[in-house]
Design a protein around this ligand. Structure first.
Ligand code: HEM
Length: 136
């Protein structure tokens, strides 16, 4: 599996869980876990999908082990952070160190991504863009 297809799949799983969480909050009229919902949707759905688009445009990077590690690290960090943030907002202050560790995991994953983005241009050059030409 490539890093992009893993990103897209995990992103969709995150948004399904995030939407279910949002519906649950709306139905119960209890928005106390709103920060967990926001983090799951923005780190899990939006960011993972953006990583997927970046990797898909760079086929050499898309099949690299480090890109895969970046996606897996990001996803683990996001899930743990979401659970810890929800627990904190439900009154379990003991989850704070877990949230702290998870936040360092997502930071580490973002630093790996930053390394890809800042590498010399020839290494990270995007593949050719498919252009549709209208029939004459
Ligand atoms: C079925 C879909 C969704 C439902 C039912 C839903 C529901 C909610 C609810 C009830 C809140 C709390 C609002 C408040 O207390 O002020 C909220 C907040 C939020 N949601 Fe969703 N949501 C959904 C999908 C999404 C998605 C897809 C995203 C991001 C891509 C998202 C991002 C956010 C953010 C960032 C907040 C925090 C807003 C703030 O700080 O005021 N939500 N959502």
């Amino acid at each position: 599996m490539t890093a992009s297809s893993l990103s897209f799949r995990l992103a969709v799983l995150c948004v399904i869980a995030g939407m279910a969480m949002g519906i649950g909050m709306a139905a119960s009229q209890d928005h106390s876990i709103m920060p967990a919902h926001a983090h799951l949707n923005l780190l899990g759905w939006v960011s993972l999908f953006l990583f997927g688009i970046y990797y898909e445009r760079r086929p050499a990077l898309d099949i690299s082990r480090l890109a895969m590690i970046q996606v897996v690290l990001w996803s683990i960090g996001t899930v743990v952070l979401t659970i810890a943030v929800a627990a904190i907002h439900l009154g379990y202050a003991a989850a704070e160190p877990v949230a702290a560790i998870a936040s360092l995991i997502v930071l580490a994953a973002m630093l790996i991504f930053a390394y890809f983005v800042f590498r010399p241009a020839h290494v990270v050059e995007p593949g050719p863009t498919v252009r549709m030409t209208p029939a004459e």
